[in-house]
Structures are given as structure tokens and as C-alpha cells.
Design a protein around this ligand. Structure first.
Ligand SMILES: Cc1ncc(C[n+]2csc(CCOP(=O)(O)OP(=O)(O)O)c2C)c(N)n1
Ligand SMILES: [Mg+2]
Length: 434
């Protein structure tokens, strides 16, 4: 349940999480540049708004987001520091890397909807994340489908018994996207359709002013997605989208804004857009570049000052909510915890490799073909299709009946001739084929 009252402990726990997430990002970049990982992309600069938004993400809700969302996932209890490194290294063990199993880039998040036997879990009782994909804005179409399903569950009496999928249609789909990716077609199609169909999308745009090296002025009309979307806004006569604009470093304002917006979204199935501005990217886009090459000295200085964690620290001290010493200690603890996770994850990743290396050396000595085909097929190619008892291969086929005189027709014609049977579940009507 969402808490309504906050204690000092809650606030300091948030500060701890923000710092832990930041330390993971800092260390993650070093791991990649030092050669322990091939590539890294991280969530630094978005920690504070993400952990505040996560306070309103409840059991049964869904996330559809992108590679910056590590803090949101950690705050929701769906991602650990160890898993962060397991993804970075590409550890294929599900026990430490249930989100990607090492088969996709790092910081791609997912929760499991099926249990080990391939059966549906109780999705209404867990926090859910659809599986991230790398094309930017690829998260948008499913962000529309998820709350649309919820609307069907609310409005269709025949679906009321499927309680493991929906709690009376009260779900919210949390969307997250970068400012530059809002220029893409799937973003506009989804926002338009959400306004038409009135589905519960809580869409956060993390606006850090850049899409890799390209500044906002080349990406977004009027340099503002909330301005550009003004025509979609609901008014007295017309349903539409509710639009909020909030600064990404302002903890109390973020709390107030997200609380109000998500509550309306959930209750009325009104799509909501949170334009979260003035965010930064302390380490630049990814480990493939250096932002010092395309940001001005002034911009870099501003990013340092308006870093969301630096601003949160300033606000806590200025408001007398904790002392400098208390915050210093928390920062030190986060630093240590990130290092501990790195060590643990690296050892987990390396142990089987060391054993295999030893075995391989022994095999090379005694065989002509030291291949690891079977092991690697299991690592990377298993479960591409269902392997449970419900798999398609277990369905008994219906053998075709034909004679020497039967005409040869295309599959489409067969489907068309038997349309009623296939799609309306009516008894087969024998059609004469041409
Ligand atoms: C369809 C597609 N085009 C281009 C890319 C390469 N790419 C990856 S991230 C990115 C920039 C995204 O910027 P923004 O949406 O502002 O997110 P940020 O990383 O700044 O948070 C681009 C162009 C991609 N992954 N997919
Ligand atoms: Mg951006």
C-alpha cells in the first residue's frame, strides 16, 4: 500500500537508495571501461524522481519503460544491486539475473509472469514490468495495451472471475521514456489513442535535454513535450490527457505531483503525462561516449549544481531534516554496498567460467572437437518457445483429408472457406472450394 505519512527514516531510506543507485552507475561505467563488461548504460541523474514515482506503483500495476529506470525498479523491490552487475557482465544464471538471463543489453528490466512450470502467476498480487526492448519508444505500444486490458476487466462481466490478472480494472500502467524519444511515432500514436480510449497510463518523460549528443532544440517542438502536447489536454467539454510539469530535482513537489496524478489516473482511467524537467546525465549517455565532447562548460557546471541528489541533499539540510554528518554516513554506506555487490556478482559470474576453463583445457588435451555447443544452446537458446506441458508441440494434430481429385488451393482460401468454424466456433460448414 502507498504510505500517506513520511517519517525521517523514510526520507533517509530514499536518500540511501538514491546514493546506492548512483554508486552503481559510477562503478558500472568503470567496469565497462576497464574491460569487465562490453557496454554499459545507466540511470544516473534520474534517481530522485524515479524513487518518488515508485511510491505509487502498487501490486497489480505494470511498468513499461527503458534503460534509465534502475532506481524505479530498485525502489519497487524488483531489482537488486547484485542483479545490476549480473546484467552488466551478462551472467546467464536466472537465480541472479531473472530479468534478462544475459541475453540482452544491461539495464533492460522485466518481471516474470509465468512460474517455473510455465503457469501464470498471480499478476494482480505482484508488481509487474513488461520486458524492455532496445529500440527507443518500443515500450509505447504495450503501454497502451496493458491499461486497455485493465479497462476490459473493469467493464466486461465475463472477465470478473480472472482475478489473477486484474483487480476490478484498477491497474495503472507506468510509462517511462526519454525526452528525445518522444519525437517518435509510437509515442504520439500511444498518447493520442490513450486520450481517445481513456486508459490509465501514467507517463513520465525524463527530460535531460539530450538524445545522446543531440540537444532538445533539434528534437522537440517549442523544446517542450508538455507544450507540444497542449492540444491533447482535457478540458471541461472534452476528455483528453492530464498534463503536469515538475522539476526533477524537487523532492516535495515530485511527491505532491505524482500522488495527485496517479490517483486520478487510477480512479478515472484518465491518461496522465508527467513532464519531468531539469534532469541531468552526470556520466553522459552510455559507455560509448563522453558528454564533455558535446556539452558546454556552462551546461556541465549547471548539471553539477542541479544534480537531483545534490539538490535533495541541499533541501534536507536547509529544511533541518537531517545533519550533514548523517548524510555523509549514508553516502559512505552506499559506496560500500555498491562495491560489495560488484564483488559478489563478479565472483558469481566468474566461478563457472573458471571451472569451465579448467575443464576445457583438459578436454583440449584429449579430443579433436572441444566445442561447447550444447551448453551454450541451453544458455542462450532455451525457452525461445514454451517448454512447458502447454507447448504447441504437445497439441495433437488433425491430419488433413483429401483425395486424388481434391483441388489445390492456397491456405488463405481454406481459412476463408472455414471462417465461421474457425472464428465463430460454429460447426464446420462444408464449403465448395473452386
Ligand atoms: C529506434 C531507435 N533509434 C535510435 C536508437 C539509438 N539510441 C539509443 S538511446 C538514444 C537517445 C535517447 O534519448 P532520450 O530519449 O532523450 O533518452 P535519454 O537516454 O536521454 O534518457 C538513441 C538515439 C535506438 N536505440 N532505437
Ligand atoms: Mg534525453
Amino acid at each position: 500500500m502507498t504510505k500517506t505519512k513520511f517519517t525521517k527514516e523514510d526520507l533517509l531510506a530514499d536518500y540511501r537508495l538514491a546514493n546506492l543507485s548512483r554508486q552503481l552507475s559510477l562503478l558500472g561505467r568503470r567496469e565497462a571501461l576497464g574491460g569487465r563488461a562490453n557496454f554499459g548504460i545507466f540511470g544516473d541523474g534520474k534517481e530522485v524522481p524515479q524513487l518518488v514515482l515508485a511510491k505509487f506503483f502498487q501490486e497489480g500495476h505494470w511498468r513499461s519503460g527503458y534503460y534509465r529506470d534502475q532506481t524505479f525498479m530498485m525502489a519497487s523491490g524488483l531489482f537488486t544491486p547484485e542483479e545490476f552487475f549480473a546484467q552488466l557482465y551478462g551472467d546467464t544464471h536466472l537465480s541472479v539475473n531473472p530479468g534478462t538471463a544475459g541475453r540482452i543489453m544491461n539495464n533492460h528490466f522485466a518481471t516474470r509472469s509465468l512460474d517455473e512450470n510455465g503457469h501464470w502467476k498471480d499478476l494482480a498480487k505482484q508488481k509487474n514490468s513488461s520486458a524492455d526492448i532496445s529500440p527507443t519508444a518500443g515500450q509505447m505500444p504495450r503501454l497502451l495495451g496493458l491499461p486497455l486490458a485493465s479497462k476490459f476487466y473493469r467493464n466486461t462481466p465475463g472477465l470478473k472471475s480472472f482475478t489473477q490478472f486484474s483487480n476490478k480494472g484498477n491497474e495503472v500502467a507506468f510509462g517511462m521514456i526519454g525526452d528525445a524519444s518522444t519525437s517518435e511515432v509510437p509515442f504520439w500514436e500511444t498518447m493520442n489513442a490513450a486520450g481517445v480510449m481513456q486508459v490509465s497510463i501514467a507517463m513520465a518523460v525524463w527530460d535531460d535535454g539530450y538524445g545522446i549528443s543531440v540537444p532538445r532544440k533539434y528534437q522537440t517542438t517549442k523544446q517542450s513535450i508538455s507544450e507540444a502536447l497542449k492540444g491533447f489536454e482535457q478540458d471541461d467539454q472534452n476528455p483528453g490527457i492530464l498534463i503536469y510539469k515538475v522539476k526533477g530535482w524537487d523532492y516535495p513537489e515530485l511527491y505532491k505531483t505524482f500522488k495527485e496524478g496517479v490517483a486520478i489516473c487510477r480512479k478515472d482511467h484518465t491518461p496522465v503525462l508527467f513532464h519531468v524537467t531539469e534532469l541531468t546525465q552526470p556520466q553522459g549517455h552510455s559507455t560509448s561516449g563522453s558528454h564533455e565532447r558535446y556539452k558546454s562548460v556552462e551546461r556541465l557546471a549547471w548539471e553539477k549544481e542541479f544534480d537531483c541528489i545534490a539538490q535533495m541533499r541541499k533541501w534536507i539540510i536547509d529544511s533541518d531534516l537531517a545533519t550533514r554528518d548523517e548524510l555523509d554516513q549514508i553516502e559512505e554506506g552506499a559506496f560500500q554496498r555498491a562495491r560489495e555487490a560488484r564483488k559478489k556478482a563478479w565472483n558469481h559470474f566468474q566461478t563457472p567460467i573458471r571451472e569451465e576453463r579448467k575443464k576445457l583445457i583438459d578436454t583440449v588435451k584429449t579430443t579433436h572437437c572441444p566445442c561447447k555447443k550444447i551448453e551454450n544452446a541451453n544458455r542462450y537458446n532455451s525457452h525461445l518457445y514454451s517448454e512447458s506441458e502447454q507447448q504447441a508441440l504437445n497439441i495433437n494434430g488433425v491430419p488433413p483429408r483429401f483425395t486424388e481429385e481434391s483441388p489445390i488451393v492456397t491456405g488463405g482460401e481454406v481459412l476463408l472457406a472455414n471462417y465461421d468454424y474457425l472464428f465463430n466456433n460454429n460447426p464446420l460448414i462444408a464449403h465448395e472450394l473452386p
